[in-house]
Structures are given as structure tokens and as C-alpha cells.
Design a protein around this ligand. Structure first.
Ligand code: HEC
Ligand code: HEC
Length: 80
């Protein structure tokens, strides 16, 4: 199989698009981070987050908050 010039241009463009998308900021970077205190570091399972982040808990979620259980998908842990 022989490569034509147009094939190489296509491959280069495809790589640029994939690389560009990969570098877009993740929405996770903009959401509030999970605080790095002991209460949060003790939690290893996402369903345990709801011990406090329920309407009757220590820190209820805002009314507009997404009703999803994969908390860490959107909230990164603070590094350190
Ligand atoms: C022991 C109770 C408790 C548990 C369990 C808990 N949280 Fe929290 N969380 C709090 C309290 C209290 C605050 C607000 C005060 C603070 O910043 O510590 C808070 C604040 C937050 C904030 C907001 C930080 C900000 O900048 O406003 C996020 C995001 C958060 N928690 C996510 C989580 C996630 C994700 C989990 C599960 C891994 C979790 N929490 C488990 C009590 C808890
Ligand atoms: C789809 C993405 C997404 C998921 C999944 C998600 N959150 Fe959030 N969360 C957000 C966004 C965006 C905000 C900021 C909302 C705002 O500022 O109005 C937020 C805000 C918060 C806050 C701060 C509220 C405050 O008082 O300022 C806490 C606490 C929190 N989320 C906890 C959780 C927990 C616990 C879970 C899992 C049950 C979870 N989040 C799942 C996107 C998400």
C-alpha cells in the first residue's frame, strides 16, 4: 500500500483533532473540589457521600444540583 500526500495530511489533521479534544479543560476542573479534610478523606465509596450531603445532613446539596450518584466524576479531590 502506498501513501499519497493527501493521506498524510488526513492523518495529521485527525491527530490534531484528537489531541485538541483531549486538552480541553474537563468540567471537573471547574466544579467545587472535594475538601481535603479528614471527613472527606475517610470516605472511599461515593454512596457514603450522601451521609452528609442529603437534605437532612450536615451539608445539603443545592436544589439545582444534578441528581447523580457518581460524585467523583464531577468533583475532583484536592491533591495533597
Ligand atoms: C462527614 C460528613 C461529610 C461526608 C461523608 C462528605 N461530606 Fe462533603 N462536605 C461536608 C461539609 C460539612 C462540607 C462543607 C464544609 C467543608 O468545606 O468542609 C462539605 C463540602 C463539600 C463540597 C463543597 C466544597 C466547596 O468548595 O464548597 C463538596 C464538593 C463535597 N463536600 C463533596 C463530597 C463528596 C464527593 C463526598 C464523598 C466522597 C463527601 N463530600 C462526603 C460534609 C461531608
Ligand atoms: C454532573 C456533575 C456532578 C455530579 C455527578 C455531582 N455534582 Fe456536586 N456539584 C456539581 C456542580 C456543577 C456544582 C456547583 C453548583 C453550583 O455552584 O451551583 C456542585 C456542587 C456541589 C456541592 C457544593 C454545594 C454548596 O453548598 O456549595 C456539594 C457539597 C456537592 N456538589 C456534592 C456532591 C455529591 C455528594 C455528589 C454525589 C452524590 C455530587 N456532588 C455529584 C456537579 C456535580
Amino acid at each position: 500500500m502506498t501513501f499519497r500526500k493527501v493521506d498524510i495530511i488526513f492523518v495529521v489533521l485527525a491527530l490534531l483533532v484528537v489531541g485538541g479534544v483531549a486538552l480541553l479543560p474537563s468540567p471537573r476542573d471547574r466544579n467545587p473540589k472535594v475538601p481535603a479534610n479528614s471527613a472527606h478523606q475517610a470516605v472511599t465509596m461515593e454512596k457514603d457521600c450522601l451521609a452528609c450531603h442529603v437534605p437532612t445532613g450536615a451539608r445539603p446539596l443545592p436544589v439545582q444540583h444534578p441528581k447523580r450518584q457518581d460524585c467523583l466524576h464531577c468533583h475532583a479531590r484536592v491533591q495533597g
